[in-house]
Design a protein around this ligand. Structure first.
Ligand SMILES: *Cc1c(COP(=O)(O)O)cnc(C)c1O
Length: 540
């Protein structure tokens, strides 16, 4: 029999199903604060901050003291996670033995548990730990390149059947890489991906391989109707492999697609890539930094997965792959760490049986004994616990829900952002933000991040400055053009109130966008990776 109390329960439940929008929603966070860091500074200290932004940091957010940020530090979601008490507790039990510490064995087991049994290794050597993702990338691609160069058939012209658009992009890549040797040598092997992350791309190029992005057509459409804008364009992949299979040692896929706004990749796309690559005996690898967030999007937005557990979806995603690399500073929920992992049935190790041994040698030369890979034993413990936590559905719903609310708040205020909002960040479209204002200066994204710092929040320019180049006379904008300011949300660190205060500052700047001054670049315009190092001043 239903009674009066049941009526109340139903009332509570209906509120959960139809939460009123942001701020007053009924659903509490699935965690509570167990330790907090009081600020060293006040949001009111605008004058002090202006001085620090202009004089000490020279408008460069990377150079601004983090402890003087009173608001949200949205520079990156990498290594910025607030760890759980279980992680801190596990760290105290860190085993700091030089070889074969306890954390290593726990991590091996946890990799099998999180990603699926074929990743567990056992006798088969499959887990290669590094201090962060890019160290693993460099190890992986330098060894791959060394193995490939032995068999390079080289110097052949590109096949006539290559789609014109694809051909053009590929030729541009080859030209820009050859320019490094004054045109005397052409790179041969191609690593296609939905979109390579910037460090991945850098490591591929540094090892004389050609990174090639094949984002799906919807990728460029800023449209809510496409929930999987991170997908790879399968027609382009097929065309590339039909024409240039001998040049493609490996197909890569970034989940979620960070460069494209943190957009997810569908299970269907993952399966199809696996099939297309598998038919041709080409290994398929994942850049798995945000694997759990990607699985959450599959569960919520792809037909047939609503009733599956996140862990099961992760297993299915990884069933398709021959290997992956991961920055454990992202969905490892840890502050440091990275890994390269080879599946027990990896096509790559079948092709190159020495590969695992070569990775081990690399680790010993650069990171230390392979059982700690540049990390303290306590870090390994934190990572094990992080990999256990990150697939918990209530954690993921809170995480991705929060980023979504932050995005909707901005969109509601008319701020042009990439939609749908991805898993870890909100991307502001700088071209649209400043549309209609005076065309005086290229780097309004830099002006925006500098003013946001003075307001008390830190964002990151990922646009004409970060991705463009200066040839000594003129600017060469990125192709395709990308001009964003990113607000990356650290995991478990902020409450909505904090993010909404950042959104309010962005809205104030948007309302006054015609008054935002351009900047002078005072130092570093011509440097490689210039956005990390440059100095600017307001043109006022
Ligand atoms: C962060 C990241 C990397 C590099 O990892 P680090 O730990 O920062 O070196 C590679 N790929 C993607 C998609 C990333 O987001």
């Amino acid at each position: 029999m239903k009674d009066l109390i049941d009526d109340f329960i139903e009332l509570f439940r209906s509120n959960l199903l139809n939460p009123p929008e942001a701020g007053t929603y009924f659903r509490p966070r699935p965690y509570r604060n167990a330790a907090v860091r009081l600020r060293n500074c006040s949001i009111q200290d605008f004058k002090t901050r202006r001085k620090m932004v202009e004089e000490d940091a020279c408008l460069n957010p990377f150079m601004f003291r983090a402890d003087m940020i009173p608001g949200c530090d949205l520079l990156s979601d990498s290594g910025t996670t607030t760890m759980t008490m279980d992680q801190w507790a596990a760290m105290l039990l860190g085993d700091e033995a030089y070889g074969s510490n306890q954390g290593y064995f726990e991590l091996r087991d946890q990799i099998g548990d999180t990603f699926g049994p074929e990743w567990e290794g056992g006798k088969h050597k499959n887990l290669f730990i590094f201090h962060q993702g890019r160290a693993g990338e460099n190890a992986f691609f330098s060894i791959l390149s060394r193995n490939l160069q032995k068999s390079e058939s080289g110097g052949k012209a590109l096949c006539d059947d290559l789609n014109p658009g694809l051909r053009e992009r590929l030729e541009a890549r080859i030209r820009s890489l050859s320019a490094r040797t004054g045109g005397s040598r052409e790179p041969y092997y191609i690593i296609p991906s939905n979109s390579h992350f910037d460090t991945t791309e850098g490591n591929i190029e540094n090892n004389w391989l050609i990174p090639l992005n094949l984002p799906c057509k919807e990728h460029k459409e800023n449209d809510q109707r496409y929930p999987f804008r991170g997908n790879m364009d399968l027609d382009e992949l097929r065309n590339l492999l039909d024409c240039e299979q001998h040049r493609v040692p490996l197909v890569y896929l970034t989940i979620t697609n960070n460069t494209g706004g943190g957009q997810p990749v569908s299970m269907e796309n993952i399966r199809n890539i696996h099939r297309i690559a598998g038919e041709r005996n080409i290994p398929f690898f994942l850049d798995a930094c945000r694997f759990a967030e990607n699985a959450w999007f599959i569960k919520n937005n792809e037909d047939g997965y609503q009733n599956k557990e996140i862990r099961e979806i992760v297993h299915r995603m990884f069933d398709q792959a021959d290997g992956f690399h991961i920055s454990l500073k992202k969905d490892g929920l840890a502050n440091i760490g990275g890994a390269v992992v080879l599946s027990s049935h990896s096509l790559l190790t079948r092709k190159f049986p020495d590969f695992p041994g070569q990775l081990t040698d690399y680790q010993i030369m650069t990171e230390g004994h392979p059982t700690y890979g540049g990390l303290a034993g306590r870090d390994l413990k934190a990572i094990v616990e992080g990999l256990r936590t990150v697939v918990r559905p209530e954690y993921l719903s809170a995480r991705i829900g929060q980023v979504g609310r932050f995005g909707r708040k901005l969109a509601g205020d008319g701020i042009p952002i990439i939609r749908p909002v991805g898993g870890h960040a909100v991307y502001i479209d700088v071209d649209k933000f400043f549309d209609g204002t005076a065309e005086d200066g290229d780097f309004k994204g830099i002006s925006l991040t500098a003013l946001m710092l003075i307001a008390g929040h830190r964002l990151c320019e990922l646009g004409l400055y970060a991705f463009g180049k200066y040839d000594g006379e003129k600017e060469i904008p990125p192709d395709p053009r990308m001009n964003y300011v990113r607000a990356a949300v650290p995991r478990l660190a902020y409450e909505d109130q904090d993010l909404f205060s950042a959104a309010e500052a962005i809205s104030l700047l948007y309302s006054n966008r015609d008054k935002i001054p351009p900047v002078n670049v005072d130092y570093g315009r011509e440097l490689n990776l210039r956005h990390f190092k440059s100095k600017y001043s307001f043109k006022i």
